[in-house]
Design a protein around this ligand. Structure first.
Ligand code: AMP
Length: 213
């Protein structure tokens, strides 16, 4: 069973790689960002917090995450996209994953320089129906038809927090709160550094080489 964490600054490719892993290995894709965006539809305070780029309280994130993890099928592996974001969250995850006998085997650190992330943030478009991710600033990742999803032909949207102001908060939060997880998982010998400036296919190829069949 493959249980994977994707660790990365905003717009480094977590969502894109999670979708590819989900399809190829039939893993459950658990994105705490997606779970929170869904919950924020009926929660104004949460919506404002997400827009600002600050982290949401552990209490809210953990309750959403636990519900997903506890509902996995017995042999089902999973990809965590956006969790953990702090060492305290990693400790909580350790406890829950041990309880359900699905401990983390791989942590992929997707590395991208800040200038590239800024470019990606302003060009990112998302299909809110099927979750496909596009980038207008990258010729290879543009939709064929302007603002329309190639897969399901629905309209593409821009995330509320995909602007340079929120990006700066999210990036600084990543450096301060999330980056300590790199040495945390390095010490456990399960961290793999991936150059995520490459195309999504090349990055995915690297992940497959590490994960095997
Ligand atoms: P993402 O989709 O991973 O970029 O997450 C979008 C936003 O959701 C973040 O900027 C945070 O506000 C919130 N969020 C996602 N995951 C977590 C988490 N593990 N802990 C706290 N806040 C989170």
């Amino acid at each position: 069973m493959k249980n994977v964490i994707l660790l990365a600054p905003p717009a480094a490719g977590k969502g894109t790689q999670a979708h590819l892993l989900e399809e190829y290995y039939h893993l459950a894709h658990i994105s705490t960002g997606d779970l929170l965006r869904e919950a924020s539809r009926t929660n104004e305070e949460l919506r404002e917090c997400l827009k600002s780029g600050h982290l949401v309280s552990d209490e809210i994130v953990l309750s959403l995450l636990k519900e997903r993890l506890l509902n996995l099928k017995e042999e089902e592996g999973y990809i965590l996209d956006g969790f953990p974001r702090t060492v305290a969250q990693a400790e909580d995850l350790k406890e829950i994953s041990q309880k359900i006998h699905k401990e983390i085997g791989y942590v992929f650190l997707l590395e991208v320089p800040k200038e590239v992330l800024e470019q990606r943030i302003t060009g990112r478009r998302i299909c809110s129906t099927c979750g496909a991710i596009y980038n207008l600033n990258n010729e290879m990742e543009r939709p064929t038809q302007k603002d329309i999803c190639n897969r399901c032909h629905q309209a593409l949207t821009t995330r509320q927090d995909d602007n340079l102001e929120s990006f700066e908060v999210r990036y600084q939060t990543y450096l301060k709160q999330t980056q300590p997880l790199v040495s945390y998982y390095e010490k456990q010998n399960i961290l793999y550094r991936i150059d995520s400036t490459k195309s999504k296919e090349e990055v995915f190829q690297k992940l497959k080489e590490i994960l095997g069949d």
